[in-house]
Design a protein around this ligand. Structure first.
Ligand code: UDP
Ligand code: MG
Length: 317
């Protein structure tokens, strides 16, 4: 099978049929063998009924139905598990992404040997309240992930080699960072293609509001942290803790020695507990010990985690 097209959707009843017909047109005119996997993420409208109807007449249409709304990332994850095509395409169900891009994306993966290609909505048809935060977000994501050539991390339209989707775990709201996930899994050839973007034809966006902004940054932070210190927490906490402890310990000695020195030389001196530095050093030692212990406990947890030996093995012969 050439192509698997994974489409997560939440209450998109107006567009599903039209979208499928468009995809079918493109697939047939290019002679692709394909499947379309609609992942119904707990829609409360008639989306699932429409998917069932499509499935009844088109064997290419497959559907996964969640009992409740889990979010776009879990939907993608389950779609990825099912995908059989050599190239896996993801796109949104709201017809903001154009199926006409698929053949070119396919070519980039197969002929130019990209691991994944991300769409870039160079000209966007979304309100400013969406595009402005996105600019900031993309700049940060570029810095943190080290994938310098991507302008648009969160574009719904992407293409992957089948390998890639089977070896990344999209959870929580991590769909925003799939390129980063792919990179952490060792897939380095990540490309970009400018794609057409349309204004939403039906319904409204499912990602409005401010929490999208904060959650997005927190997710990026945890990804960065996981990829750097996920299996070696001691390298972060242990180092920080030790430094703080040593700093506190030395300061306390200096405070003590200064007092003794002044005492024996008949100079004015004050009690160690009268000096603010004493308390600062004490705090530093306590925090240092706690950081160290946090790192140590982290190590103990990772040693027991079922994922500690989840390595990316590319081939076994
Ligand atoms: N979506 C989903 N589950 C959710 C929210 C959204 O499957 O909980 C789907 C949605 O139906 C659409 C895609 O994710 O197909 C992108 O959502 P949307 O178009 O609302 O996001 P935007 O384009 O505004 O960023
Ligand atoms: Mg959209």
């Amino acid at each position: 099978m050439d192509l698997s097209i994974v489409i997560p959707l939440y209450n998109e009843e107006e567009s599903i049929r039209e979208l499928y017909q468009w995809i079918e047109r493109v697939m047939v005119s290019h002679n692709f063998s394909y499947e379309v996997i609609f992942v119904n993420d707990g829609s409360t409208d008639s989306s699932w009924r429409i998917i069932e109807e499509l499935h009844a007449t088109n064997p290419e249409v497959k559907g996964i139905k969640f009992r409740r709304n889990y979010g776009k990332s879990p939907a993608l994850f389950c779609g990825f598990e099912q995908a059989q095509g050599d190239v896996v395409i993801t796109m949104d169900a709201d017809m903001q992404d154009s199926p006409d891009e698929i053949p070119d994306l396919y070519k980039m993966i197969i002929d130019e040997k990209y691991d994944m290609v991300s769409g870039w909505k160079k000209k966007r048809y979304d309100p400013l309240s969406k595009t402005l935060p996105t600019k900031l977000f993309n700049a940060t994501a570029r810095k943190v992930s080290g994938i310098k050539n991507l302008h648009d991390f969160n574009c719904g339209l992407k293409a992957y080699r089948n390998d890639v989707v089977k070896n990344i775990e999209v959870y929580g709201e991590m769909h925003r960072y799939i390129p980063y996930l792919a990179k952490n899994a060792g897939f380095n050839k990540i490309g970009e293609k400018v794609v057409q973007h349309q204004a939403r034809k039906f319904g409204t966006t499912k990602f409005g509001g401010w929490n999208r902004f904060f959650n997005g940054y927190l997710d990026l932070l945890s990804l960065w942290f996981l990829s750097r210190f996920g299996i070696k927490p001691m390298h972060f906490f242990g180092l920080l803790g030790s430094l703080m402890f040593i700093f506190g310990f030395l300061s306390v000695i200096i405070v003590g020695v200064t007092k003794l020195y002044n005492m024996y030389n008949g100079m004015p001196y004050r009690l160690v507990t009268d000096s603010p530095y004493f308390y600062l050093s004490l705090t530093s030692m306590i925090i240092g010990t706690q950081l160290f212990l946090t790192g140590f406990i982290g190590e103990l947890i990772t040693r027991n985690s079922s994922e500690r030996n989840n390595y990316q093995v590319e081939k076994v012969i």
